[in-house]
Write a protein that binds this ligand. Sequence first.
Ligand code: NIG
Ligand code: FE
Length: 436
Amino acid sequence: MPATLFHNASIFTPLDAKAPLSGPRQGNVKNIPHGAMLVRDGVIAAVGDENEIFRLAADMRDAEVPETNNLGGGCVIPGFVDPHTHMCFARRRENEFRMRIAGADYLDILKAGGGILRSVKDVREASDEDLLRVTLENIQNACRSGTTSLEIKSGYGLNPADELSMLEIIAKAGALARIDVTATFMGAHAVPDEYKNKAEEYVDLVINEMLPAVAEQGIARYCDVFCEQGVFGREQCRRVLSSARDLGLGLKIHADEVHDLGGAKLAAEMRAVSAEHLLAADADGLLAMAAGGVLAVLLPATAYSLRKPYARGRDMINMNLPVALATDCNPGSCFCESMPFVFGLAVMNMGFTPEEALTASTLNAAYAVGDNARRGSLEPGKDADFLLLDGETPAAVAYHAGTNPVRRVYKRGRELVIDNPQPCMAAGGGHHAGGR
Ligand code: NIG
Ligand code: FE
């Protein structure tokens, strides 16, 4: 594949400093007003001022001379990385959304056998083909709004066979989609009906049967747990996470989403990569995370959808806690694939500057899924995953609310054609049928 020289762009990117950016550095975004990027084999070979990059190209041997691609003076940012989703599900739960906006409580719906448990029934009943189709549709919507890599959790199977099968579907979706997918095992997402009032026994099942199989098959990079009142307590989460760590998985925690159970502190103690949600986390927990090098992954679209107060993202940045943003896309607490929407909420309702939100949704998000070496900023050696925005600066993402501010999406230097009915599919990729 010939090299491509993308030029006539105002490039905005955080700069990787070999660790997630925190405190004042989180908002430190570099702008190259007349920028260009030389891309070879999908990887950024050079990025900088246009004149400098053109000079570089002029020195190249004839066989290497790149094609040029004029970006029309537009604003270019790294592709969004969405480090927390539950996009592999079989059916939507719009009826529950209607119940919630009429006043029903999210955790009460779960207690009554709905919520996550409804999605468990749906996934167990669905064919592999349907599960894959819905997952790919969700991925496609995400990539239409500029997501160029994302994480997907299991957690709607809740028995060994269905959890493994979810992880297989996630892997298949990752292979068919043109964007990158990281898988997280979340067997401890809820206590399934058949273990009602036997949470300890279910935790044993997760530890003794599911985790070893997941590790042996190598189909998940992380293990996540839902540490919440009426779901899994702190000690149960600690047990699951310790076993996962022993098996070589990275750790994540749904921490203090509705009630403060000390999930943030547990994340620090366990040296988790990230603690996520944190709507109810107390200052001690956040300080422990900052000291322990744990990323805060904030999901403001969930607060929006649950009508809860937003996580204290501004305070977190002020206390030098590195912050990432994610959609949490799932059929219950937050049906949203749009990183621009999340970006806008962070700016308008959590007090982030657009630059802080940019770092949170690109570089820090890449750290949250262990992809920082390849993604999250526009620098030599990283994949050429970038977006051409409809606007002048990253602020446009929050400013032009309720629309898709992403004009073009490039994955490894190739444009994903958004009008294609299946823009995220690799050429020649088709749906795989398969029974369950
Ligand atoms: O992050 N909190 C647990 N899990 C998801 C919701 C999943 C669902 O409602 O289906 C969340 O909010
Ligand atoms: Fe979640």
